[in-house]
Design a binder for this molecule. Structure first.
Ligand SMILES: [Zn+2]
Length: 364
């Protein structure tokens, strides 16, 4: 496998730089030292060549497209019953938006000459990493909670990845995985820690902007666990604005699972975050590693976060399916939250809203 040098990483907390490392010596998550930006004005959207999917936006992406399955340019469609546009993120090779991050992260791993990647996941990220590792010819070991959905486990195993099931809460899976990484099991292909993953999820913003003729929406309402999509969307729209391709950054309105809602707790207190929601299995994250960055993004975009229980999610899922959107249950938190944000007048009737539908119903 070819070994060029991918771009260096930097710690936003202490300023240390590294050629590659999964987290800073000081314990904080790393990011790219530099966000690449195009050196041209926004091209005519009608003639923009999008045949390379999300890699059509290579000008904004720090990695090279070494490991790709032609992913991205997911449909952005009108959803009249919700008075919003839905971006169909379940239209990806492994059935979720996590492929955005997997193609960029496994491309980095391949450039580094990595033999084995290790990841912990509630299912979708594990399936994405296993799928792209298979494409790259890299071995993968995926740590999953024992409660993982069978269809997600099958997707991981059928791609040839080894799986390690852990009992207990979602955090126990991460702890076991980190222990394995520290013991030298492999390169930590983490959707929570690895900055290459976020460079991939940022392409959501580039695609959405192109599909709207370089007009950013007023708001994006989206699920919020580790913030892999939330921070990617934020970084992408910021980069577009810095490049002068769009004029504004949308408000980022997150939704968390009641009972696993640390961002809501930080913003609105313990009572607003309390409850239970086992329907949203994809966002049961008690301690997001980029919590500070998520709170900064909320602050910077006049955003917000709310927590929802399972009942609201189940009802929204039925509505989605009945309208032809065959998603998994975690995807339904965002349309459910859209109604709540409108009821609370956080969103007005004239606000132009985009909602990602993050994962396929085929993996339920
Ligand atoms: Zn540091």
């Amino acid at each position: 496998m070819s070994t060029s040098s991918p771009p260096p990483l930097r710690c936003g907390s202490c300023g240390a730089t590294y050629a590659d490392r999964w987290r800073c010596e000081c314990g904080h998550p790393l990011d790219y030292a530099e966000q690449p930006l195009p050196d041209r004005a926004a091209p005519d959207p009608a003639s923009f060549d999008a045949r390379d999917g999300l890699w059509s936006f290579a000008e904004f992406i720090p990695e090279s497209p070494t490991v790709t399955l032609g992913e991205g340019m997911t449909p952005l469609v009108d959803a009249p019953a919700w008075d919003a546009q839905f971006k169909l993120e379940y239209v990806f090779p492994s059935g979720s938006f996590k492929d955005r991050g997997a193609t960029t992260m496994l491309s980095r791993a391949a450039a580094l000459g990595v033999d084995t990647v290790v990841e912990d996941s509630s299912g979708n990220a594990g399936a994405a990493v296993a799928t792209y590792a298979a494409r790259a010819g890299i071995d993968a070991e995926i740590y999953v909670p024992a409660s993982v959905k069978e269809a997600k486990l099958a997707a991981i195993r059928r791609a040839g990845a080894a799986t390690v099931e852990t009992e207990g809460p979602r955090q126990a899976t991460t702890d076991a995985c980190v222990a394995a990484v520290e013991a030298g099991a492999g390169w930590y292909a983490s959707h929570a820690w690895n900055p290459a993953f976020f460079a991939g999820t940022a392409t959501f913003a580039y695609e959405t902007a192109l599909q709207r003729d370089w007009d950013a929406p007023d708001a994006v309402v989206l699920p919020l666990g580790h913030g892999t999509l939330f921070l990617g969307v934020y970084r992408g729209f910021r980069a577009l604005q810095q490049a002068g391709w769009t004029d504004s950054v949308p408000r980022l309105l997150g939704v968390q699972a009641a009972g696993a809602a640390p961002i809501v707790e930080a913003l609105h207190g313990e009572a607003a975050a309390a409850g239970e929601n086992d329907a949203a299995d994809g966002i049961q994250i008690a301690e997001p590693v980029r919590k500070r960055q998520i709170l900064d993004a909320v602050d910077d975009t006049d955003g917000d976060a709310i927590a929802l229980g399972a009942d609201a999610v189940d009802a929204a899922l039925d509505d989605l399916h009945a309208a032809g959107f065959y998603t998994e249950s975690t995807s339904a938190v965002a349309p459910a939250a859209l109604s709540v944000y409108r009821d609370r007048d956080v969103l007005g009737p004239d606000d132009d809203v985009v909602v990602p539908l993050t994962g396929s119903g085929l993996k339920r």
